[in-house]
Design a protein around this ligand. Structure first.
Ligand code: PMP
Length: 361
């Protein structure tokens, strides 16, 4: 059994070189006679790994010293709730700009902890475009502004960081972190579930401006408080050591690939190839998303006749292309093109699509 081209939206493909290294090191990590999963997180060896992973991430994203980097658990979903607990005082409100399924989820999970102000939304347009910045109703007294730079299901992406003035900007970057360079200083808080561009599920990377760590005055258990995690180097309790290790290997791999500028160029080239194939298919395939809002990471597309969907999926699997079925909320197909999906995979997909269209004209 060989590895197939994997277009899964998440958990998603990991770089093959990372998996091969993990395989080589599985039984005996760094000559210590045990797997990395079998070591104390407080031991010298693991602490070294943890520090290196953080240093590499800081280098990749140019994260300044006045930001803490946390390696947490609970998935992005837990942080939908934990962010208002930490950033909003009792009775405060926060602005949510909702451009798809995950933004909706973030707002609804936050609602028990903060007054959610729906500051902008493209729901009426079925999340096929972004709400123009001038239509947003931002409140200058909001505790923060939350948005989702890339909506994994709807396939819409912000290609600029919105200017929200002095209110801290909070971004769920679960499906676009590390896909290209970003200016971290424009954000108060960035968080991402690992299972798309970082590593396995069960790990969350959270980057927070240090002045925001002391914000919330409300009572909560220490395990929920980001300040406590920061003060304990993300080892308030036992972290996901295996996830942290694989994330560290992915960061090293990204550095070897030329860093995020190179990754960004590669991701743009991959997405351009696929969108061009869709747009030049004489309507056989269609991308429903407005071109200026199209995601480089998640490309939903439909066939001109949905009766062909099942055949397309079956034939694509037979051709070695995995996980192209679209999310049930939008139907059709979706190809996720995260960092670990190489150009050859997209070329194989495009060749398959052309051939399928010819055979099922
Ligand atoms: N936000 C975004 C943008 C996502 O794509 C996902 C998962 N697909 C989530 C949040 C939820 O992540 P988790 O399942 O790790 O809680």
């Amino acid at each position: 059994m060989s590895r197939l081209w994997n277009f899964s939206a998440g958990p998603a493909a990991l770089p093959q070189a990372v998996l091969e290294r993990a395989q080589r090191e599985l039984l005996d990590w760094q000559g210590c006679g045990a797997s990395v999963m079998e070591l104390s997180h407080r031991g010298k060896l693991f602490m070294g790994l943890a520090q290196q992973a953080e240093a590499d991430l800081r280098e990749l994203l140019a994260i300044p010293e006045n930001y803490a980097v946390l390696f947490l658990q609970g998935g992005a979903t837990q942080h939908f709730a934990q962010i208002p607990m930490n950033l909003a005082a009792e009775g405060a409100s926060a602005d949510y700009v909702v451009t798809g399924h995950w933004g909706e989820k973030a707002a609804s999970e936050a609602a028990p902890y903060v007054k959610v102000n729906l500051a902008g939304s493209s729901k009426a347009e079925h999340y096929l475009r972004l709400p123009p910045r001038e239509t947003w109703q931002l409140d200058p007294r909001a505790a923060y502004v939350h948005y989702t730079p890339n909506e994994t299901i709807h396939g819409v992406e912000f290609h600029d960081i919105p200017d929200v003035g002095d209110v801290p900007l909070v971004a769920d970057m679960s499906s676009d972190i590390l896909s290209g360079p970003i200016d971290v200083t424009k954000f108060g808080l960035i968080y991402a579930g690992a299972q798309k561009n970082i590593g396995p599920s069960g790990l969350v990377v959270l980057i927070i401006r240090r002045d925001l760590l002391e914000r919330s005055s409300r009572p909560m258990a220490r395990i929920f408080r980001y300040a406590d995690h920061a003060a304990n180097d993300s080892m308030l309790n036992t972290p996901n050591t295996w996830g942290w290790y694989l994330a560290g290997l992915t960061f090293q791999w990204l550095k070897e690939q030329g860093g995020l500028t190179a990754m960004g160029e590669r991701n743009t080239a991959k997405a351009t190839l696929l969108y061009d194939a869709i747009d030049h298919s004489d309507g056989y395939y269609r991308s429903p998303v407005e071109p200026s809002a199209r995601s480089r990471m998640n490309v939903p597309f439909t066939l001109h006749d949905s009766a062909l969907d099942a055949d397309f999926l079956k034939a694509s699997e037979q051709a070695g292309l995995l996980a192209l079925k679209g999310h049930k909320a939008v139907g059709g197909m979706r190809a996720s093109l995260y960092n670990a999906v190489p150009m050859e995979a997209v070329q194989a997909l495009v060749a398959f699509m052309k051939d399928f269209a010819k055979r099922h004209g």
